[in-house]
Design a protein around this ligand. Structure first.
Ligand code: PMP
Length: 418
């Protein structure tokens, strides 16, 4: 008899039997509002009928071809469809399975294409758990401690975390960009620096949107020094932030875009996109993986893109996200244990702090657990673990947002009770 590893730390007590839209059901048919969406994955909701149908059809036709061996139509169709939604010029794609693998692929491409080694990342970043991606991850010591030596050639610059610094966004942005210039002048010469890798909204690091001017500042420095701007849209892509891509909130075009999560509604699929001229500077044969671009995952992704378009889910994320943000601010106004509420679109969070403004992970954990008890599934995040995030499927309705807010208010009251 085998058992699950004791390393498993399950964030909620739920054993899910089935999912439908924004709801999960357990074996007793107890219903949960799922505001985790498989960690920002099931944007079209659980088991969207169009995604299910596309996957079922594909399973019965061709499950696996491996596109570096034989090509298949779902992958060609998906490539064409992604061409409609990717930033102009990023017309060349490579498919993998997970966010981490796509990050690894972007590191390889950036190093090959520039002939330089160093990658600059930003404090609070999360780029994955594989060894290269872990080296780029600074969202908490649990992702790095004891597994080293990590991949060398990584330098860390500040991310403009205005709430934590106690500064306004403009001041925090000026500071972060000045520190980046300092880093380039001292520890990571532009002649050695291949790429800046950045999330448009720090995800696991605490749901902190890049303030106005930050990504533009990176773009300007990337252009000046011949450094690539790699945007990790694993968590922010496919409408999550109320724009198709998170970086669209800024006026900065990426050189390489990394995507996963919302791409295929829960089927394992990720991709990197770059201009063909840049992709050509990678080394042939350097990228790949047995399951990358799986036919069923590609068919599901194609249906996902159609659902996002036909159900206008990007606009819905913007509109419903504003409602969620307003509601979260109201809850915070009633409960001083919440020091900050922030986010974009349907990527929102509440940060728990002590009366002195220090991170309060214990109260955040109690609120997350209490919410699960009330039937609302949530996750924590943040380098200090004191942030509770909401990432509902983009198909969520206004009444469901209001239900979630009522449950959240009750959960925070429970957590704040002496
Ligand atoms: N990048 C970002 C921004 C992420 O949020 C994540 C996952 N949370 C990853 C990369 C890694 O993705 P995966 O877990 O699919 O490897």
């Amino acid at each position: 008899m085998a058992k699950l590893s004791p390393l498993l730390k399950q964030a909620t007590p739920v054993l899910a039997e089935r999912g439908e839209g924004v709801y999960l059901y357990d074996a007793d048919d107890r219903r949960y509002l799922d505001f985790t969406a498989g960690i920002g994955v099931t944007s079209t909701g659980h088991c969207h009928p169009r995604v299910v149908e596309a996957a079922q059809k594909q399973v019965a036709t061709l499950v696996h071809g491996q596109y570096t061996t034989v090509m298949h139509r779902p992958l060609l169709r998906l490539t064409e469809a992604l061409g409609e939604v990717l930033p102009a010029g990023l017309d060349s794609l490579f498919f993998l399975n997970s966010g981490s693998e796509a990050v690894e692929a972007a590191i390889r491409l950036a190093r090959h294409a520039t002939g330089r080694q160093n990658i600059v990342v930003f404090q609070g970043s999360f780029h994955g758990r594989t060894m290269g991606a872990a080296a780029l991850t600074t969202a908490g010591t649990k992702f790095r401690a004891g597994i080293g030596p990590l991949m060398p050639g990584v330098a860390v610059a500040p991310f403009p975390q205005s709430y934590r610094y106690g500064w306004d966004e403009a001041e925090a942005t000026r500071f972060a960009l000045r520190e980046l210039d300092y880093l380039l002048a001292t520890a990571s010469s532009p002649r050695d620096t291949a790429a800046f890798v950045v999330e448009p909204v720090l995800g696991e690091g605490g749901y902190i949107p890049a303030p106005p001017g930050f990504l533009e500042g990176l773009r300007e420095r990337a252009d000046r020094h011949g450094i690539l701007l790699v945007v990790d849209e694993v968590q922010t892509g496919f409408g999550r932030t109320g724009r198709f891509w998170g970086h669209e909130h800024a006026g900065a075009r990426p050189d390489v875009l990394i995507s996963a999560k919302g791409l295929a509604s829960g089927f394992p699929l990720s991709a990197i996109a770059a201009p063909a001229a840049l992709m050509e500077r990678g080394w042939p044969g350097s990228q790949g993986g047995t399951y990358g671009g799986n036919a069923v995952a590609c068919a599901a992704a194609l249906a996902t893109l159609e659902v996002i378009r036909d159900e206008d889910l990007v606009a819905a994320a913007d509109r419903l996200g504003a409602r969620l943000g307003d509601g979260l601010r109201k809850v915070a106004a009633d409960h001083p244990v919440i020091g900050d509420v922030r986010g974009l679109g349907l990527m929102r969070a509440s940060e728990f702090t002590t009366p002195g403004g220090e991170p309060d992970a214990a109260t955040a954990a109690r609120a997350q657990q209490a919410a699960a008890g009330h039937g609302l599934l949530l996750l924590t995040c943040g380098a200090f673990g004191n942030v509770v995030r909401m990432i509902p499927p983009l198909v969520v309705s206004e009444p469901q947002i209001d239900d979630a807010l009522a449950l959240w208010s009750a959960a925070v009251a429970d957590a704040a009770a002496p």
